[in-house]
Design a protein around this ligand. Structure first.
Ligand code: HEC
Ligand code: HEC
Length: 396
């Protein structure tokens, strides 16, 4: 204690001397050395809060049940665009940069909000010029896990690399052209160094913009939910039976899990399957008897695919309301009621929602089981995603 106090006095003395020296210097007539020209690093730190060494995006250690062959087989990352730490860092900056829109008002994050499970809590999102999007904003969580690799509700983008440039050029969303985008980013001092780190040289092209944005999107993975803590307590493989209780779940959550997984109860896992809660490809889940939005049918120009939409992950679904491609359901209770009593007999209704006689299958759940199912869906919420700095706005 005493020694410490001495140190303190000593330090104060040094500081005093330093102050005197500084004052003397100010009074002298020495011409000040010219301010050094800013290094590229300054151009980055002037506007961005980025760590000295990039965050880890490329080598996140996932729990064993998310690292098995059935999950690896869902990954749509092309060999030509593996996630790197510097690539995803550039993607993160682009994702939050309003300069990607014509009038600098909208970034990707305006419609894909971190606090809202990277979706938008409104039915339709507002673009750069006040216009509304045609459909409900989708989560970007677990985008890497969708085996057919197609994007958007109607799957009109055949890869994520194709998708990431589309909102930028969308006349409602961001209103840019790719040549204008490249010119604009070249004029921003922080980009050359970020492209250099990501790609080895500072050339800015729209192809590289797409690659980096895709790396960031694919890096947003959910693996730290209450569900995950419970799942980790059981063997990785084979998958535990539907009624195997998770030690950290309430009785209601465990019942909800059983309802979700059991074919003749909720039957949800027939489409929202595996630990990523997604399907291999699009489905028709009986929202309408008569087509209102052709979905994948318009993309393929095939009436047999009308009303088919992407099966998004259910991870973090508690945070991504409203639900479905048109945001028609405000709550998870309404979603569950749809599957319990409201499945419509569309000609393309997927077989997983049909009875052996071909009629729509209504799950007919009891009030207690509906509530249990909702409670289970909420165990899929990974709150760390909403606060993880790796996914947050890097602008100062
Ligand atoms: C004005 C709001 C808005 C902006 C800005 C916006 N998005 Fe979206 N995003 C949407 C909507 C709405 C959809 C669903 C559209 C559809 O399916 O027709 C969507 C879908 C997506 C999807 C598809 C997810 C999936 O699983 O298929 C990805 C990925 C995505 N956006 C990434 C981005 C990126 C990257 C940017 C910035 C370059 C961006 N978005 C800018 C509203 C927006
Ligand atoms: C036939 C396959 C199928 C089955 C079975 C199925 N779903 Fe879905 N689910 C879908 C499709 C397809 C969508 C997207 C539909 C759309 O937006 O048009 C979807 C959407 C959802 C959404 C909204 C996701 C979002 O981000 O908006 C929730 C929540 C959901 N399903 C929960 C469930 C639950 C709970 C069950 C079981 C009671 C279930 N699903 C059974 C195919 C299915």
């Amino acid at each position: 204690m005493l020694a410490n106090r001495h140190k303190l006095f000593f330090a104060a003395g040094i500081a005093g001397i330093a102050l005197l020296v500084a004052c003397n210097k100010e009074n002298s007539t020495v011409t000040p050395t010219p301010a050094p020209t800013p290094t590229p690093i300054d151009a980055v730190s002037a506007v961005l809060n980025l760590p000295a060494t990039p965050f880890n995006y490329a080598n996140v250690v996932l729990p064993g049940y998310l690292a098995g062959p059935n999950i690896i087989g869902q990954i749509n990352t092309p060999g030509t665009n593996q996630v790197t730490d510097n690539g995803a860092t550039l993607g993160r900056v682009l994702f939050y940069d309003k300069n990607l829109s014509l009038n600098n008002t909208i970034s990707c994050a305006s419609c894909h909000k971190q606090a809202s499970g990277f979706s938008d809590p409104v039915v339709k999102s507002t673009g750069f010029n006040g216009g509304l999007t045609g459909r409900n904003s989708m989560t970007i969580i677990d985008a890497a896990y969708y085996p057919n690799g197609r994007f958007f509700w109607d799957q009109r983008a055949s890869t994520l690399e194709e998708q990431t440039l589309m909102p930028i050029q969308d006349l409602v969303e961001m209103g840019m052209t790719l040549p204008a985008l490249e010119t604009k980013l070249k004029a921003l001092a922080y980009y050359p160094i970020l492209f250099q780190r990501a790609f080895g040289d500072s050339t800015i092209t729209s192809n590289r913009i797409s690659l980096a944005l895709s790396q960031f999107v694919r890096s947003v993975i959910s693996y730290r939910s209450k569900y995950d803590s419970g799942r980790a307590a059981l063997p990785n493989a084979p998958a535990p039976p539907p009624n195997a209780p998770y030690p950290n779940f309430t009785a209601q959550e465990n019942r909800g899990k059983e309802v979700f997984l059991t074919p003749n109860l909720g039957g949800c896992a027939a489409c929202h399957g595996s630990e990523t809660f997604t399907a291999p490809q699009e489905k028709n889940n009986g929202l309408d008897a008569v087509t209102t939005d052709r979905g994948f049918g318009a993309v393929t120009n095939n009436v047999n695919m009308d009303g088919e939409f992407k099966v998004t992950t259910l991870r973090n679904v508690e945070l991504t309301a409203p639900y479905m491609h048109d945001g028609r359901f405000a709550t998870l209770e309404q979603v569950v009621e749809h599957y319990s009593s409201g499945v419509r007999n569309h000609p393309n209704l997927s077989p997983q929602l049909r009875l052996p006689n071909g009629l729509p299958r209504q799950a007919n759940l009891s009030a207690a089981d509906k509530a249990a199912l909702v409670a289970f869906l909420k165990t899929l919420t990974d709150r760390t995603i909403a606060t993880d700095v790796r996914y947050s706005n890097p602008f100062k």
